[in-house]
Structures are given as C-alpha cells and as structure tokens.
Ligand binder design. Sequence first.
Ligand SMILES: O=c1ccn([C@H]2C[C@H](O)[C@@H](CO)O2)c(=O)[nH]1
Ligand SMILES: [Zn+2]
Length: 159
Amino acid sequence: MPPIRIPRSQDDETKFDLDSEVLHELKEKAIAAKGVAYCPYSHFRVGCALLTEDETIITGANVECASYNVGTCAERCALAKAVTEGHTKFKAVAVSTDITPPASPCGMCRQFIREFCPLQMPVFMYDRDGNYVVKTLEELLPMSFGPEDLRRGDGRGEL
Ligand SMILES: O=c1ccn([C@H]2C[C@H](O)[C@@H](CO)O2)c(=O)[nH]1
Ligand SMILES: [Zn+2]
C-alpha cells in the first residue's frame, strides 16, 4: 500500500481560514474527548470536537450499548449535544481515534453532519500521533441529499 499523505496544518489553516490556536484547541479537545468514550465492547475510542460559528467548542465521544447497534458515534453525540444547547452553525469538525491512518466518520455520521454543516466545512481526522487528514464534508459525502432537497418541488416527489 502506498503511504498516506498527511497534510500539515499551515496550508490547511489558510485554505479553511481557521486560526491556528483555535485549530490546536479543537484538536486537543477531540483528543481529550476520547477519554470519556464508553466503549467496553469495541475498545475503539473516538473523540469529536465541533467548532461552532461563535467559536464555542462542543465535544462528544462514542457511547456503546450491550445491544450493540443501539450505541452511538462520537460525531452524532457531539452534534446532538451542540444542537440541543442551541448551536446550529459550525465551522469545523475534528475527530480523533487511536489508529494510523486516522479513521473517518461513518456513513451515518456523514449524513448527520450534512444536516447541520456547510458542504465546504473541513473535517479534520486525527490519527494516534496527532497528525491529520482533512477533507471537506462534500469530499466525504459527494452528491449528498440534504434539508434543502425537501424544500424543492411540491414535496410529492416531483421537481
Ligand atoms: O467515525 C466513527 C467510527 C466509529 N465510531 C465508534 C462506533 C463504535 O462505538 C466504535 C467501533 O465502531 O467506534 C465513532 O464513534 N465514529
Ligand atoms: Zn458514525
């Protein structure tokens, strides 16, 4: 397998217009959030940190369940916390796992992120050493379905 290219922060901060200190804090909070993951079944810790439009950081972690498929991912945990605390606009998402190359959000989380975040928003995926890969939401979920699609047409399936 060819080695994965891990972009470094300088370019990405410029590309996404993010302050390097804020990005650093987002990363640290995503890493710290892994510490509260409840994952006795998979032992796979995931931490997530969301940067809201007013630069609040909201975190979440995966929460598993003895009935395995009932558990939730870190990304949806963080988003549910944020939305129910009144935050509905986001500038960046950071996800941290203990593997290299880093894990990326599952399909269900990509769709859930799509509900609340702009397609050009960056998703930073941190590996076990704190290096990251960054992709826009649109790169992670191309040709996506979203809330505005429900507002198109007459709502009965015709455009
Ligand atoms: O992006 C991901 C991928 C997986 N998980 C969780 C779900 C489950 O608890 C564990 C193993 O799949 O990792 C996340 O939280 N986010
Ligand atoms: Zn998920």
